[in-house]
Design a protein around this ligand. Structure first.
Ligand code: PEP
Ligand code: MN
Length: 267
């Protein structure tokens, strides 16, 4: 949908936000202007994506990996939004990142799993967002600690943010397992029970860490009554600068979403 003067981007986000299922998709990382714009155009062509995601600052586990294109990538997202009318979401981890994201009209902010574990960081983000009131999605912490997840929600809510959503992205464990991050579905279900008024969406990309089981995990989330999905999508997944193994092309994403059995009330 094209944002016109009559429909401001804020209204677009509000309409999209309440929608079920909410579909957020886009690359793990913004890499080049061309990649961002082409991804945006192809995602829009599927007709199934509500909000585009792209990591600008990447919290990599080890130094030396690509740590994100940085603020330079924010005008690319602005341009993607102009071309497609899709609101954009980025991960923020510091007050400066919040400030930069807001300066470039980012519509939705999300807090990453490595940030949710740190109350100082979450508080810093909450303070930077105070009075701004853009929608904020809070990923579960990397470790299965429900209290940390709850604490992050409370800090953001206390800053006056009205539209808060949860992202279930699984929990890390040591060694090779079937999943990159164990889903531990019961923890997400417990969050749903404690905060029935908050939207909760599932991130099959970071749970799976690979493409072949993505659809099964997405289906399970829908069967468990999650409100939507956030899925990583890249125009050339194998050559992505981060999380290459789990990304899928926009066309494949479209097919996958077509093959999911949605709840009757949402279709
Ligand atoms: C991401 O969404 O690309 C990301 C870094 O995710 P997480 O915080 O879940 O690891
Ligand atoms: Mn990623």
């Amino acid at each position: 949908m094209e944002a016109t003067n009559a429909t401001t981007m804020k209204e677009v986000v509000q309409q999209k936000w309440g929608k079920r299922p909410l579909i957020i998709a886009g690359p793990c990382s913004a890499e080049t202007e061309e990649q961002v714009l082409q991804t945006a155009t192809e995602l829009q062509k599927t007709g199934k994506v509500d909000i585009m995601r792209a990591g600008i600052w990447k919290p990599r586990t080890r130094p030396g990996s690509f740590e994100g294109i940085g603020t330079k990538g924010l005008p690319w997202l602005q341009q993607a939004k102009k071309i497609t009318g899709m609101p954009v979401a980025v991960e923020v981890a510091t007050a400066k990142q919040v400030e930069d994201a807001l300066h470039f009209d980012v519509d939705v902010a999300w807090i990453g799993a490595r940030t949710t574990v740190n109350p100082f960081s979450v508080q810093e983000i909450a303070d930077a967002l105070r009075g701004v009131d853009i929608p904020v999605l809070i990923k579960n912490p990397i470790n299965p600690d429900l209290e940390l997840w709850l604490g992050a929600v409370e800090r953001i809510a206390k800053a006056g943010i009205k539209q808060i959503g949860l992202i279930h992205r699984g929990f890390s464990s040591y060694g090779n397992t079937e999943y990159r991050n164990a889903p531990m579905w019961h923890l997400a279900i417990e969050m749903k029970r404690r905060y029935p008024e908050l939207m909760i969406i599932n991130d099959p990309s970071h749970i799976c860490g690979r493409r072949d089981i993505l659809q099964d995990v997405a289906q399970k989330a829908i069967d468990l009554d999650f409100d939507g999905l956030i899925i990583e999508s890249h125009i050339d997944p194998d050559n992505a600068w981060s999380d290459a193994k789990q990304q899928i092309t926009p066309a494949r994403l479209g097919e996958m979403l077509d093959n999911i059995t949605w709840r009757k009330e949402d279709s």
